[in-house]
Design a protein around this ligand. Structure first.
Ligand code: SF4
Length: 365
């Protein structure tokens, strides 16, 4: 607790705000993308936008794995459930994500389908051993942070010859989507507040192409002082015109990341093109099981067809994920779409931008 309170110290917060105010050039607008959904939540929760000078803008990016999962994949999961009736093992964040029909996993569960929440892919092992006569499909989702445990699951399945578990792989990776945003210049930004959790696994080199393309990059943690320090360092890089990958989260992120986790991930998965909600296909930005592990692939096992399509009518999650609009610019925000009745995944996920704005920023807008 002492550790946390240190990074929420009001005196230090005030000092950093003062330093940021002293650093910004009045005639320039600074725009930074916080890539990670956990950053988005923290920024909203601690009211960080309201503490910054008016010409420093924070833009939320596509760093919520649930939010960027395509509507086609969500619908394909529902088709799989209805046609094959396996036990579904899923993270809780996916339970309320609506399919095109308006159904969600909670609704299917209430109709009698066997849908169970897990906290780690490894929870699935116990489930598999207790249900040898049933097929279990694990909905594997996440970026580099949560993918290594999915890889570990596959290794355990292989080593213990467990043959009733299949993975519906929807995992994505950060490098190519960040380069895509940087090169396509979809939204005007000066730099990236780089995701702390992903960086624990990848290390610092992930962001070098962004620096080469003229963007400031600072890896930060999730407490107010972490975030403000990251913003201070981003402003400094922009003012100096000296771009490099700065690591303001050294207490957790090592420069070369977690090599063992990366090796495990690449042993089990290989890169594949991936469809991002509201963005489309981004080359080599996703993962699929290596051929050696094909037998654990739920899509192949159950012959599932994934038909990528645009999101539900009226929902503007795609534009929110690219930082093109703020959640309250979506006509459905707050009235039709809210956490109790979410229309899009950005309102569902604990890392979703719409959920963050709904919970913390409505009264500030
Ligand atoms: S407010 Fe709801 S409908 Fe609109 S973009 Fe966000 S999640 Fe989608």
């Amino acid at each position: 607790m002492k550790m946390i309170s240190e990074f929420r110290n009001l005196g230090k917060v005030k000092l950093l705000i003062k330093k940021i105010n002293g650093l910004v050039k009045k005639d320039k607008i600074y725009r930074f993308m916080e890539v990670c959904g956990t950053h988005t939540m923290s920024i909203s929760k601690f009211g960080i936008r309201s503490l910054l000078p008016e010409n420093v803008e924070l833009i939320s990016g596509p760093g919520c794995p649930v939010c960027v999962t395509s509507q086609g994949e969500i619908d394909a999961v529902f088709d799989l459930i209805k046609e094959n009736k396996p036990i579904i093992a899923t993270y809780g964040d996916l339970l309320k994500v609506p399919g095109s029909s308006g159904d969600n996993l909670l609704k299917l569960k209430s109709l009698g389908y066997d849908i169970r929440t897990v906290f780690s892919p490894l929870d699935v092992i116990k489930m598999a051993k207790q249900n040898r006569d049933k097929s279990i499909v694990f909905l594997s989702i996440g970026f580099e942070t949560t993918t290594p445990p999915s890889a570990a699951l596959v290794k355990v399945l292989e080593n213990e010859t467990i043959d009733n578990v299949y993975l519906f792989v929807m995992n994505k990776t950060m490098p190519n989507i960040l380069e895509f945003i940087a090169k396509q210049k979809i939204v005007k930004i000066d730099g990236f507040l780089c995701p702390g959790h992903v960086s624990v696994i990848t290390g610092e080199s992930l962001y070098l192409p962004l620096v080469d393309n003229g963007f400031a990059c600072v890896i930060t943690g999730f407490e107010p002082i972490d975030i403000l320090l990251g913003i201070y360092k981003l402003i400094k890089q922009v003012n100096d015109g000296n771009y490099f990958v700065d690591n303001a989260y050294k207490r957790v992120v090592k420069s070369d990341g977690n090599k063992k986790a990366l090796e495990l991930m690449h042993e089990v998965f290989e890169e594949s093109d991936s469809y991002w909600r509201g963005i489309g296909i981004v080359k080599d930005s996703g993962l699929k099981l290596r051929e050696k592990y094909d037998r654990f692939d739920a899509v192949k096992k159950f012959n599932v067809f994934v038909d990528h399509k645009s999101e539900i009518k009226g929902c503007r999650c795609g534009e929110v994920l690219l930082g093109l609009i703020k959640p309250y610019e979506c006509g459905l925000f707050e009235n039709v779409c809210n956490p109790e009745n979410p229309v899009g995944p950005c309102m569902v996920s604990s890392e979703g931008t719409c959920a963050a704005y709904y919970k913390y920023e409505r009264k500030r807008k």
